[in-house]
Every structure is written in C-alpha cells, then in structure tokens.
Design a protein. Structure first.
Length: 311
C-alpha cells in the first residue's frame, strides 16, 4: 500500500538532511586534515633552517656525477663498468625527503654496494688530524690510498647533503652537525664508508697521526679510533705501521707539552688496542718520506735542514 504523499516528502527531506550532514562532516574532516598536514609542513621547514652545519652543496647531482665519471674514466679505467647514474640515484634516495636526524645504515646500503671496489693489499692508508698532509702525500705517491682516494670517498669529499620532509626534499640552507644529532646523513655515510674501507684492508696498512695535537695523537672518539681500528681483519692484515708526524716549525716544537712521540700515552693506548687484536705494530716518529714533503713548504727551516742532512 503506497505511503501518503506527505509521508513520502518527509522521508525524502530526512534522507536529504542526512546526506547533507554526512557531506558537511566529510568537508570538516577534510579541512581539519589539510590544516594538520599544512601545519606540519610549516613546522618542519623552519626547523630545518636552524641546523649549524652548511647546507647541501649546490648542484650536488652535477658534482657527484662529474666526480664519478672522472674517477672511473680518467683515474681508474678498470672501474669503467660502474654505473654513475645509478650511484647518484642511490645516494639521492638515501636522504631526499627524509628527516636528516633519522638516517640509517640501511639507507646507504645500496650505494655502498654499487660504489665499492677492491683495495690492493699494502696500499690502505688511514689518518686522523692529518687531512691536508696525508692527501698531499697520496697525490705524490700512488702506492697508497686513503678513503678519500676510493670512489666513495672521492665523490663525497668536502661535499655535504641532507634532506627535508617537505618540498623540494633537499635542504640547501643548513644540515645538522654530529653534535646536533648522531644519525645525520654525513655522519652515517662516513661511518659506513670507513667501516667498509677498513674491512677491505689487507697486508701492511699504514696510519698517519698528528703528534702535534695537544689532546693526543690517538683519540678513541675519532673515526679511526672508534670504527676503522676495530674493523681491520687480523686474518688479512699482517702489520700496522704508525707514522707519527710533527708539524714543521709550529709552536709545539717549542714545548714538549704540545707534542707526542711513539712513546707517548695516547700512542701506547693505540698500540695496546692493536696488540690485543693480534696485530704486529711498528711506530715511526716523523716518517722520512712524509717529512720531506712537509719540507717542500719549509725548505729553510731548521727541522728540514736536519732532515736533509740525516743519513
């Protein structure tokens, strides 16, 4: 039996009102969600501008690709099968649109696998607080390789990068330092690369340390002291040669308080760690070939004349 006309209209109005109410509720929910998402983006971006380290290197893609192609074509053609485009994409994927304090080793694993290559035995040279000197030495003596002389290190040396959860996904203004957050893109990258470099070492390995550092030549908090030394393989590495270099002509030469020799406290700590891991150790003060390189910039200094005249 059909409903009276008035009842049918009432029912239609009820359905219409319910539909309008549901539509309004959906619109309100959409506005609230949009507001929350927008608010979140505005909160992220200003914070990303407050980090204390320099931002992502301008033209990062071009820099990385240029270095990669130069390394595998001009410097090490034997690595010509490396795919620089894939290497760049894996680096970008490790940090873009990500919170720069939440980077994990897993983020970089594809990059490490793509860019790794064998390190010849007896050529690994580690360093701490001797950045300029050690790389002047490897440029003049092709018998040794630092991490920065490998493909990974060469591409990333003196370059910085970090992401931002909001567009464009890369922060060019600032990036976090290690003391701001441990799991930042730079720290995680260099720790992983250093670990891989140490694991690949074989035969005799060298380490160049700075005996003119007031805090001591060997520091447990350094990359060498906290990562590399513990990832050397005693079954592959036969000896560790320590080259303890003093600055030429610096103020530390005037005070034994500011210099350290192979018998110094921090070096003895290093030797103890290495001996516990069953390595044979040789330590040499002012390794002659490196000291001669120092003297290129100070040929008339007393230290250099003594070095030149020594037998």
């Amino acid at each position: 039996m059909p409903l009276p006309q008035g009842s049918a209209r009432a029912r239609q109005r009820t359905v219409l009102l319910v539909g309008i109410a549901v539509l309004l509720a959906a619109l309100v929910l959409a506005v609230v969600l949009a507001s929350l998402l927008t608010h979140g983006r505005h909160e992220v971006s200003p914070q990303m501008l407050k980090w204390k380290d320099r931002g992502t290197t301008k033209n990062l893609q071009e820099v990385i690709l240029g270095r990669c192609y130069n390394y595998i074509t001009a410097q090490h053609p034997e690595l010509g099968d490396k795919d620089c485009l894939k290497i760049w994409e894996s680096l970008k994927d490790a940090f873009i649109y990500k919170n720069p304090c939440n980077i994990t080793p897993e983020d970089y694993q594809p990059l490490m696998e793509l860019a790794s290559h064998p390190i010849p035995c007896n050529k690994s040279l580690f360093w701490s607080k001797t950045n300029d000197l050690v790389h002047r030495y490897t440029k003049s003596n092709q018998n040794f390789l630092t991490l920065e002389d490998t493909l990974l290190g060469y591409m990333a040396d003196r370059v910085s990068w970090c992401g931002d959860p909001s567009a464009p996904g890369i922060n060019y203004e600032s990036c976090p330092k290690r003391n701001e957050c441990e799991s930042n893109p730079g720290s995680v990258f260099w720790k992983m690369a250093s670990k891989m470099f140490a694991e690949a070492a074989c035969g005799v390995v060298q380490v160049m340390l700075n005996g003119s550092v007031e805090a001591g030549a060997f520091r447990s908090s350094s990359i060498f002291g906290s990562i590399e030394i513990f990832n050397l393989d005693p079954d592959k590495v036969t000896e560790v040669h320590i080259w303890l270099m003093q600055n030429i002509g610096g103020p530390q030469r005037q005070s034994s308080l500011h210099s350290e020799s192979c018998s110094g406290q921090s070096i003895q700590r290093l030797i103890n760690i290495l001996e516990e891991r069953n390595f044979k150790i040789i330590c040499e003060d002012n390794y002659r070939p490196v000291q001669l390189l120092q003297c290129v910039h100070n040929p008339d200094h007393t230290d250099c004349r003594l070095c030149t005249n020594s037998s």
